[in-house]
Design a protein around this ligand. Sequence first.
Ligand code: UT7
Length: 326
Amino acid sequence: MRKVGIAGVGAYVPSKILTNKDLEKMVDTTDEWITTRTGIKERRIADDWQASSDLAFQAAQCALADARMEPKDLDLIIVCGVTFDYPFPATACILQDKLGATKAGAMDIEAGCTGFIYSLSVAYGYIATGIYDNILVVGSDVLSKITDWQDRSTCILFGDAAGAVVVTPFQGQGELLNFYLRSDGSYKDDLLIPAGGSRNPPSHKTVDERLHYMKLNGPEVFRLAVRVIEDAVVALLERAHLSKEEISLFIPHQANIRIIQTAARNLGIPLEKFFINVNLYGNTSAASIPLAFYEALKEDRIKKGDYVMLVGFGAGLTWGAYLIKW
Ligand code: UT7
């Protein structure tokens, strides 16, 4: 097996900012409620014309430039998210065309907000076994388009973004060391879009009943999130024979600052070791972890040789973690 590493990292957020004060004018909420219950102050909202592949394109270009690579160098493109451009074809194919990645295969992976961790593990497998050399992994989501802007319990939570990495045989940076993936579909009803798929095909009735928007059982997902973050961190540390003290930075899925605080406390890990940007972007689903990873690098929170752990959870229920040595 070959060693595998991250050769480039990129991200993109739309320029339009929606603040808590703006939301006060849209639904019955307050900046104070949103800030204290979630830690979110503002989020980015895509333009009407922007779909998942448009955000992914920007993040991909950024990551390719960072890796000093051209689109034609790519062997495979993986896009993960929950708001793909169309039910089919794959958003990865649309991105392949936009980039002009003429030698690349393309596929989407849907694992909710844990999509980036799942996708990295797939890229790892192809490269470690020598099948492919250069794989682009993009987490992109435009949650504003599946948010019910009349539902105050969800519309305050989400934002739009994309984050990308180029994965290659190890070149001295960002070694992908080990990962842990789990799922429990018995919790599917706690976070889903009820209609629009083959279970409840779209109809006037499903639209009238607003079933094409995200539904979230907030308190239940909160409870599950704390539990599975702890599970993933403990399990991956054990698998990698490392102690929590040896991890320099945890990069958790950014859903709610209170989820991160509670998990950190339960794990006995100082909150300062968790990278947090939920205040600026809200929950951006599959983009959340690569966007946070990109910002942590830009802010110099990750030094050469550091152990970094990505940890996520999301619809499915899915959860998992990835250990990287930078
Ligand atoms: O990527 C994974 C996706 N999702 C998550 O990770 C979300 C996980 N869950 C959460 O982050 C939290 O459960 C929420 C932020 C969604 C909600 O916070 P909470 O502390 O669990 O509040 P709650 O749902 O128990 O609601 C408490 C009260 C309710 O009023 P009553 O029944 O106590 O009178 C809600 O109606 O807060 C009310 N409420 C609001 N009030 C003002 C709900 N949303 C709002 C709002 N503004 N936006």
